[in-house]
Design a protein around this ligand. Structure first.
Ligand code: GLC
Length: 720
């Protein structure tokens, strides 16, 4: 520690001079810059490269070749500056102590982990969270998860994952916010705010890491790690906005994705990392690879040697090497041979030191290591209550014939299905350090209800769906139906001729076509986390009214993929229901999804007035207000997500049949109405035009407002 007191003293003495000559730079920034340049000037080339090295502590969350059996020697020699998957205050303290007290310059380590939707207190999977359509709630939950991780000594989380995904075959659709760029952007920024708070040095905030940059969700065939082939326009229009929103929200770091974009691995893709991220968006933070990505460049066939892969990655702007060991092995030789400019290493190392400075690690490397704080924060009753609230708000009621739901306490209920006891699967993929043995099962929660056999029951509740291993990384499927044995069980139950409530737990949209024909009610519960049982009980018995709305379209079958709400019209649009030959349709399936984006039912009903506009023309400086009145025509209070879609009828490129441009979540008592206004301005009409400039074009637009993306009726206005 004595080393830094000299550095800090040196800053204090020179500070007045610097500020005197650079008033523009605020004092703290000057002090930070002075400290980092001072430290950088003392570092050897190998120590600088050590700061670009990130290795996994041996442990259970390893998603590639196991690295770093013994970290201590590399930490002590300054060859390792960052660790992931180190768990527990005492273990982290032991590693940090070696870095700070036994290495030559005592530079503290960062400690990273995948706290994605909760650390110990598990929240619903991110795809479920997105169905709350409540960025503020999502931000609070992200904050709670990050606080628990910080309380356990971690300083960086690989969260938010913001990859737009249109393909339910892709297992990682569970980790994102669904198909929509607008909603996905709001959620991305909300997560960054939740994780990082206002001050990264606050021991209850940690650095967020935006992933997976970029367009990982576009993997062809819905197969993980597969190539992403799409034009720049589609990339910029539909896939990049959530990443950009996270950068604008101040995300501290970015993780490059495993996939190719336009034939070049993201990790060495100068267009993505250097041109878009750093130059166009002005991102100044740390860019790190995903697990072993530099090594995988050889498998992609984009470099002959690991040295070449290292050079190409560093030159693209990728600072830190996660778990391939390439940088620490190759960069020194590349600099000494003149193949790599040492300035690139200085720049990368500077960004890593800046991150550590912002985290407050130089001031106090042990600031995140406090058992008392951990006891208070982890599993706090506030976090558990928040987890339940979000679980309730994330569930989506897809069907409810003759109001079979909510159940009545007097009814005799049969409760069956493999997910009733399977508490680990309640937490889905990337469930942090969840402890299934501390989670109440559905069977246990319902034990006090009027539970009987299916034969004696008035109603049957089947809790079916995926285990936690059936979605997430490297968990892609060509068959997205509920597993066959469970489908059989459901058929049997429905053959008993009494109302069957199907509760679906999964990490992806499923093909529920058959289920929609035979079950009376269907509740998409996703994987709701720590308070699954309580949340489900309250929803099924009506203590809570379901209010979730889908953020991915549910296809009728896997053959229909991709189906999403902002598709293009084609030159031969088909209209479901009319068998027009020679139109863009299938012979064996409607075009419309089984359940559209934005869809969800309630225990009450909502009625929409026609939309009215404050005018039918606007210019680039003007705006138009779209107004709709929504009324609760049912018997119970409920929440409704009023959605605004726009269609640009003519453009220099073909424009989607609709795009989500706004929404408002409202709560209405029975009989109550609320008028909702949406202001439409020119910025909302911009797109990547034929000449690849971003802007609006004059012409006709259609405004649609309603409960989900199946609406087509709208009112028109013109941009003059
Ligand atoms: C994994 C995932 C990434 C995760 C990282 C560290 O392979 O792709 O999402 O953050 O490795 O665990």
């Amino acid at each position: 520690m004595k080393r830094f007191s000299i550095c800090i003293l040196a800053c204090a003495l020179t500070l007045p001079l610097i500020t005197a000559f650079s008033p523009a730079l605020d004092e703290s920034e000057t002090k930070k810059s002075q400290f980092i340049e001072e430290l950088l000037s003392k570092m050897t080339l190998e120590e600088k490269i050590g700061q670009l090295n990130l290795i996994s502590s041996p442990g259970d969350v390893v998603t590639g070749p196991k690295k770093g059996e013994d970290l201590t020697n590399d930490i002590r020699s300054g060859r390792l500056g960052n660790v992931l998957n180190a768990i527990g205050i005492d273990y982290i303290r032991s590693l940090q102590r070696i870095a700070v007290e036994e290495s030559r310059l005592g530079i503290p380590l960062t400690f990273a982990f995948d706290e994605i939707h909760g650390y110990r207190t598990t929240f619903p999977i991110p795809l479920a969270e997105s169905c709350t359509w409540d960025p503020e709630l999502i931000s609070r939950c992200a904050q709670a998860g990050a606080q628990e991780a910080a309380a356990d000594g971690l300083t960086l989380t690989y969260n938010p994952m913001v990859d737009i995904a249109l393909d339910p075959r892709w297992g990682r659709i569970s980790e994102g916010a669904g198909e929509d760029p607008y909603l996905g952007s709001l959620i991305a920024a909300a997560r960054v705010r939740g994780v990082q708070g206002e001050d990264l040095s606050d021991p209850l905030t940690i650095a967020a890491c935006l992933k997976h940059y970029a367009a990982y969700g576009g993997a062809e065939g819905g197969r993980d790690y597969a190539a992403v082939e799409m034009g720049e326009r589609r990339l910029r229009e539909h896939y990049l906005p959530p990443y950009k929103a996270a950068v604008e929200a101040g995300v501290a770091s970015v993780m490059t994705s495993f996939n190719l974009y336009d034939g070049i691995p993201a990790t060495m893709n100068k267009f993505l990392v250097d041109q878009v991220l750093r130059t166009e968006w002005g991102f100044k933070g740390v860019v790190m690879t995903d697990y072993g990505s530099i090594g995988e460049i050889l498998e992609h066939g984009c470099a002959e040697t690991i040295a070449e892969a290292s050079r190409l990655s560093l030159e693209a702007g990728t600072d830190m090497d996660m778990c391939s060991g390439a940088y620490i092995q190759e960069l020194k030789g590349l600099v000494e041979s003149g193949a790599v400019d040492v300035k690139l290493i200085d720049d990368a190392c500077r960004r890593v030191l800046q991150l550590k400075y912002d985290l407050g690690l130089f001031e106090d490397p042990y600031r995140y290591l406090n058992h008392k704080r951990a006891e208070k924060i982890i599993y706090s009753k506030e976090n558990i209550a928040l987890s339940k609230l979000e679980a309730v708000k994330s569930m989506v009621l897809l069907k409810n014939d003759s109001e079979v739901l909510p159940l009545k306490k007097s009814e005799k209920i049969a409760l069956i299905g493999p997910r009733c006891e399977d508490t680990r699967s309640y937490c889905g993929a990337w469930a942090g350090k969840c402890e299934p043995n501390r989670i109440q099962s559905i069977a246990d929660r319902f034990a006090k209800a009027n539970i009987v056999s299916p034969e004696e029951a008035d109603k049957i509740v089947c809790v079916l769906g995926e285990t936690h291993r059936m979605s997430g990384e490297a968990a892609c499927l060509t068959d997205i139906r509920i597993p066959a044995d469970q489908r059989e069980l459901l058929e049997k139950m429905c053959a008993l001729g009494k109302p069957v409530v199907l509760v679906v737990m999964a990490g992806r949209p499923l093909d529920l076509t058959r289920e929609s024909e035979i079950a009376s009610s269907i509740l998409m519960a996703w994987q709701p986390g720590f308070k699954t049982a309580d949340a489900l009980y309250d929803i099924l018995y009506g203590a809570e009214n379901p209010s979730g709305r889908l953020t991915t379209s549910f296809p009728r079958n896997v053959g229909q993929i991709p189906v999403y709400h902002y598709m293009l019209n084609t030159g031969r649009p088909a209209t479901d229901g009319k068998n027009e030959r020679y139109t863009s349709r299938y012979l064996d399936c409607w075009n419309a999804p089984l359940y559209p984006f934005g869809y969800g039912l309630s225990y009450t009903q909502f009625e929409y007035s026609d939309v009215t506009l404050s005018g039918t023309e606007m210019d680039a400086n003007g705006s138009i207000t779209a107004t709709v009145t929504v009324r609760n025509t049912g018997k119970v209070a409920g929440d409704e997500v009023v959605q605004l879609y726009l269609r640009d009828m003519v453009g220099s490129v073909s424009r989607p049949v609709k795009q989500l441009k706004g929404f408002e979540k409202i709560s209405l008592k029975p009989g109550e109405s609320q008028t909702v206004d949406f202001e439409i301005n020119e910025e909302m009409l911009r797109f990547w035009r034929a000449d690849m400039t971003y802007g609006s074009e004059k012409g006709e637009f259609v405004v649609m407002v309603g409960p989900n993306a199946s609406i087509t009726k709208g009112v028109n206005f013109w941009l003059k």
